[in-house]
Design a protein around this ligand. Structure first.
Ligand SMILES: [Zn+2]
Length: 252
């Protein structure tokens, strides 16, 4: 640290890029270096480089992306009241991860989100509050804590990267849910999902398939000859086909 003891009222910290001393005039955590223009974030007692990634998907595309995400989770029930907001989540990026495609660490304490570095490979830009429209979430953990979690070397200083997501609230079958979709590729994360509509359907099918098997076995055991049993199979199959079609209609 090069904080200047002769001027305790205005402590100074080094720029991680050029080493020039930067005066800490206020509590503003986002700064840029007057000497080299590096964009910086004031972490616990030192500056780290700060970058962001521009969103590739407009917030208006979020409802469509939500539908694709839910469909991939086999949720086909209609959703309503979809509200999407652009938020930038803070990630700790260490040199050992850059370009490897490894999972990066969010610096949100209770809401850690795995993220693939390849999604923004080569797209890092110096942070610019004017360009980064949306809510910027500040880290809840320090980069130091991130380094420990990542197992990065002490000399791997790391940097803070704000990555864009669409934070979505929506309703499904009278309940409200939240999902977070990447504003880079639309991939999704959700802590809780609505019940998969096909799961109940699958259970109904399983129950009726078991019943059908039982009826076949009883027919085979009770009927006097194989030819009578064979003759009974056709109406049995037709009955269950008709019944399952009804179950499927009721579940839609
Ligand atoms: Zn600098």
């Amino acid at each position: 640290m090069t904080s200047d003891p002769s001027n305790a009222a205005n402590p100074r910290l080094p720029c991680p890029q050029c080493g020039a001393a930067i005066t800490l005039a206020d509590d503003q955590p986002f700064r840029s270096c007057e000497h080299c223009s590096a964009t910086l974030f004031l972490d616990l007692g030192h500056f780290v480089l700060h970058a962001y990634v521009a969103p590739r998907l407009d917030v208006r595309s979020a409802p469509g992306a939500l539908q694709r995400f839910l469909k991939s989770a086999e949720i086909t029930a209609p959703v309503s009241e979809v509200r999407a907001e652009l938020v930038y989540l803070p990630f700790a990026v260490f040199a050992r991860y850059e370009g490897t495609g490894s999972v990066l660490l969010t610096l949100l304490g209770g809401r850690s989100l795995p993220f693939d570095a390849r999604a923004f490979s080569g797209a890092l830009e110096p942070y610019d509050r004017a360009k980064a429209r949306g809510t910027i979430l500040e880290p809840e953990l320090t980069l130091e804590e991130g380094r420990t979690l990542a197992g990065a070397a002490p000399e791997d200083q790391g940097r803070l990267v704000h990555v864009p997501f669409h934070q979505i609230r929506y309703s499904c079958a009278g309940r409200s849910y939240r999902a977070v979709l990447s504003a880079l590729d639309g991939s999704g994360h959700a802590e809780v999902l609505p019940p998969a509509s096909t799961a109940s359907l699958d259970r109904s099918y399983a129950a009726w398939a078991a019943a059908a098997t039982l009826v076949f076995l009883l027919e085979a055991a009770a009927l006097p000859s194989a030819s009578v049993a064979m003759a009974m199979m056709a109406p049995t199959i037709l009955f269950f086909w008709w019944f399952l079609a009804g179950v499927q209609r009721a579940n839609r």
